[in-house]
Design a protein around this ligand. Sequence first.
Ligand code: AMP
Ligand code: MG
Length: 407
Amino acid sequence: MISVKEAKSIIQGKIFKLDSEVVPLDKSRGRILFEDIVAKFPSPRFNNSAMDGFAVRSSDTIGASKENPITLNNIGISSAGVPSDLILNEGDCIQCMTGAKIPSGSDAVIMVEDTDGFSDNDNVKVMIEAQPGKHIREKGEEINKGDILISKRTRITASEIGICATFGYGELNVSKKPKIAIFGTGNELVEPGNSIKEGEIYNSNLYVFSDLVGNAGGEVLMQDVLKDNKAYLKSFLSEALESCDVVISSGGVSMGRFDYVRDVFIELGVKEHFWKVAQKPGRPLFFGTGNKTLIFGLPGNPVSSYIGFMVWVWPILNEMMGTDTLKSIEGELTEPFPVENIKYRYLFGKAWIQNGKVFCKPSRKIGSHMLTSSLDANCVLGAEPSDKKLNPGDSILVNLLPWRTIE
Ligand code: AMP
Ligand code: MG
């Protein structure tokens, strides 16, 4: 049995980075950028109007008010997409819509609401004095040409997609998705939706894995529930080792009579780097490598599987794609935490912010078969082995579940 720290450092030495691929912008959600996104032009790209109104020479509007409007002559229209090439001379104005290019000679825009009379003829009564620059979005005021808009390694969300579209990127160079095989083992497992007999249980782990893989940005290529039978395991695994970057199993790696997974890994030439880790839950954690595949054998208890995925697999999938791992912060316990003497202890927990400080508490249900402990959780709490108890007021590591919020 090795420590969590040793196990992490062994895995670090085996991680490989995935190549990149070019994908259309609308298919880039959740992907990790492989290059900086640079502004190909300033934003705004040209001086344009922030309002529907009239482009004017501000000097022509000095003294204008509701009581004493100044009349200007409208000489044309500049609309979004159809700029006017007319030049304003003294006493002129040009009707100018939101987003339209500011015509030459003009240095301000008067809102329609501050004008009168235009619908009758070309005379526009201006009822307000315009300051130079008023209602004009200036070229480059937001972004200069050449600015880095989004750094590489960023995960693409709506904001990034919006910015890439704004700056004309129709496709993006992103990390390939890790190709994943997930499998569960156990003669007792039945798929949800089917009837169940005495002694059987529903397979939940693969549903959790499948969601987590997608959430982490990976792609499940192979998925199956296998009987505790060496032949089935062998055939699934030999294909997975050929076609996948990561193989993740649940169950069958403990000390039970039918726990064949580790044997089969080894028979297929997988190099075992460790098998047992000083952690609770999930001591019989297997980690090995094939020619080009990382293999994680997680124990079958649903909480061990879920927490095991988050602590051991999630960060690795992210690193393979070149992005950050799980976010960890310190929190102050409001309830005791059951520290173990020689094992690192993980539990689902709830963290929240009060007066700018992070507080947290572990789930009340602590059994590794009690998956309902994950329902309210927004984090996995983790404590180093120690003979000292952790009590309310003590601080603890809070690994935030990325898809949950902390309030
Ligand atoms: P094992 O690691 O195979 O000894 O399994 C430990 C416990 O987890 C047993 O109670 C199994 O029935 C349960 N288990 C194994 N695989 C799954 C699964 N896919 N979904 C839910 N429970 C499972
Ligand atoms: Mg089993």
